[in-house]
Write a new protein. Structure first.
Length: 261
């Protein structure tokens, strides 16, 4: 795909692997300068370096999305180093199993601090940067099919993704006056380290081989296969680009046909 040099800047949290890496690569190919932001700075550096590094408009930044100051610092760093700020992708997330009986205050706090608070801090930091730069922008966050229908075994995760959708709908209304659109993407089951981990744990809990667990995860998908990260990145590319300028407050399912709204 040819770079179009659209001159815009996007920051992707959780950009060091999986869906976030695919989004960073896709937006870079679309012509964005990208800030690849991750708790795991080594992985973020690998992704940014493979795109050519800072000199070529791909900057690695360490961020902890659970920490408001860290997120604001990452956005400000991206804006000053890359010369602007236009698109925020709140992608970082975790998906530990959470059987109902085993949920604790700590497990709620840990999961929500990343999956939900991280989206709130990212939305605040991006909106502040857009206002300071005197223009609007786009905020795009990771929901999930599990944020459209409760998924068995991952109650906290599902709840956090419903919360991301609810927060983003209100943010879309509240920030529209500033020329800011707010949307979410809702993947199905994507081949990433996050899902590999869920599959391993499901197989071990059931005392079955991993191949069995992969089949369970693929069950009920109309297109009868799992998703690749690049297929999610293609939809995020649309949400980050001008063709989606009249879309706000929406959650776009990219799940091969699991949830039908
Ligand atoms: N893989 C899937 O099937 C699906 C994933 N999603 C969502 O997509 C997003 C990305 O998922 P994957 O790529 O599969 O996950 P992944 O586990 O492969 O990658 C997540 C990245 O986020 C980073 N990260 C974790 N905690 C962080 C923190 N506190 N601060 C900054 N970075 C942090 C990790 O270091 C990692 O690089 C998540 O929000 C996830 O919930 C949604 C639906 C399905
Ligand atoms: C991790 C996730 O979002 C799933 C399984 O939908």
């Amino acid at each position: 795909m040819a770079r179009t040099e659209n001159g815009k800047v996007a920051l992707i949290t959780g950009g060091g692997q999986g869906i976030g890496q695919a989004i960073a690569e896709r937006l870079y190919a679309d012509g964005f300068k990208v800030a690849v932001a991750d708790l795991n700075i080594e992985n973020a550096r690998k992704v940014a370096d493979a795109l050519g590094g800072k000199q070529r408009g791909a900057l690695a930044i360490q961020v902890d999305v659970a920490d408001r100051d860290s997120v604001f610092a990452a956005v400000n760093h991206a804006a000053s180093e890359l010369g602007g700020f236009d698109v925020m992708i709140n992608n970082a997330g975790i998906a530990p199993a959470s059987p109902i009986e085993e949920i604790t205050q700590e497990s709620i706090d840990q999961l929500f601090s990343i999956n939900f608070n991280g989206v709130v801090w990212g939305t605040q930091a991006a909106a502040a940067a857009f206002r300071a730069l005197g223009h609007g922008g786009k905020i795009i966050s990771a929901a999930s099919q599990a944020g459209h229908i409760g998924n068995p075994g991952i109650a906290l995760y599902s709840a956090s993704k419903f919360a991301v959708r609810g927060f983003s709908q209100t943010a879309a209304r509240d920030l529209a006056k500033d020329g800011i659109t707010v949307n979410t993407y809702a993947p199905g089951i994507v081949r990433t380290p996050l899902v590999e981990d869920l599959v391993k744990k499901a197989a071990s809990a059931a005392g079955k081989p991993e191949a069995w667990a992969w089949e369970q995860f693929a069950n009920g998908i109309a297109l009868d296969r799992l998703s690749e990260p690049s297929e999610v990145a293609a939809v995020v590319s649309f949400l980050a680009g001008a063709d989606s300028n009249y879309i706000t407050g929406q959650s776009i399912l990219v799940d091969g046909g699991i949830v039908f709204n």
